[in-house]
Write a protein that binds this ligand. Structure first.
Ligand code: ATP
Length: 317
């Protein structure tokens, strides 16, 4: 079992009668890229603020880098808050360096690290520009750099992709990969499943303050039934008997280029089922196929499935 950089145990946060974070436990392995996912108001930012000891949980324990308070280990943590904004009059390089000195770097180290980061992430032409002359997205990139200038072991980025154009989203994805390659642990919150799907080893999915999933991306994909579409002129009755086949439905006719007499069928198979077994069964039983498509559920499908279930649970409680 790998070392854990962050542990939450039964953490709750209430505002009056409203429970913003409801009994969340999790453990984040060192060196991982970990995504906090959830719809608006799910409790992501509240959880992050409790991790950083900006606000206190009502109940439960949090351990960050072995300490009961992030304040004790703040020089080992980098944080990009949800509300972005930097001192407008300062120069780009100077603000990154300033954050570096706040985190314990010498002025010389901070300056050289600031220029190095600006160069690596495509901002060196703006090093001497004032923050107020930058676009919103560029300012955000600068703020990300300011949060990692001191090479923290744990980097926590709250909605780092919001407001960035696709090119800069890619730059930020690369930056997160670079941090991970360097052995740093990264936690980021997002609504955009694709970033999580591409970057994260593990995910936390919360909705209405409650954890509905915590595991690897592969575990997430395995949560919902897999869909197979096949096309054949033969009967598919024998497929009903295969272990793991949940349902078989005939798809409506589609007039484009289908061989005479053939039909398309949609199969849902159990989460862990191997589509190759269905294919093998067809070969062995003389079911000639003119199409066999297996689609892996996207993280978005999983998200909708889990959040939908959670919404129903809440409704019937
Ligand atoms: N200081 C506060 N007082 C009262 N309610 C609060 C406070 N802070 C947060 N909340 C509520 O707690 C819930 C969780 O908010 P939070 O900001 O953690 O969600 P989030 O998952 O980060 O959402 P988003 O993706 O929209 O930023 C929301 O319903 C929010 O209105």
């Amino acid at each position: 079992m790998s070392e854990s950089v962050l542990k939450l145990h039964d953490v709750c946060k209430r505002y009056g009668d409203f429970t913003a974070v409801d009994n969340i436990s999790l453990s984040i392995p060192k060196g991982s890229v970990y995504g906090f996912l959830g719809p608006n108001g799910a409790g992501k930012t509240t959880t992050i603020r409790m991790i950083l000891d900006i606000i206190r949980p009502d109940t439960g324990q949090i351990e960050v880098l072995g300490s009961p308070s992030a304040m004790n280990v703040r020089h080992r943590i980098g944080y990009l808050p949800e509300e972005k904004g930097l001192y407008k009059k300062m120069k780009v390089w100077a603000i990154i360096a300033y954050f570096g000195t706040l985190q314990g770097l010498s002025r010389k180290q901070a300056r050289s690290k600031a220029f190095e980061l600006l160069e690596r992430y495509g901002l060196s032409d703006f090093a001497n520009s004032a923050i107020e002359s930058l676009s919103k997205g560029m300012g955000q990139k600068v703020q990300v750099l300011a949060s990692i200038v001191h090479e923290p072991e744990l980097v926590i980025l709250d909605e780092p992709f919001s407001g960035l154009d696709p090119v800069n989203q890619e730059v930020l994805e690369q930056l997160i990969r670079d941090l991970s390659d360097n052995g740093q642990t990264v936690i980021f919150s997002t609504h955009v499943m694709q970033h999580a799907e591409r970057l994260c080893e593990r995910l936390l999915l919360i909705t209405k303050g409650r954890k509905v999933f915590d595991g690897t991306v592969a575990d997430a994909h395995a949560i919902i039934p897999r869909r197979i579409v096949l096309e054949t002129c033969e009967s598919v009755d024998s497929l009903q008997g295969i272990d793991g086949v949940l349902s078989i439905n005939r798809l409506p006719p589609d007039p484009t280029g289908r061989p005479a007499g053939s039909c398309q069928w949609e199969l849902y198979v159990r989460e862990q089922a191997d589509p190759q077994e269905i294919l093998q069964h067809c070969f062995s039983n003389g079911v000639t196929l003119s199409r066999f498509d297996f689609t892996q559920a996207s993280l978005h499908d999983v998200f909708m499935h889990l959040v939908g279930t959670e919404a129903r649970e809440h409704k019937f409680r």
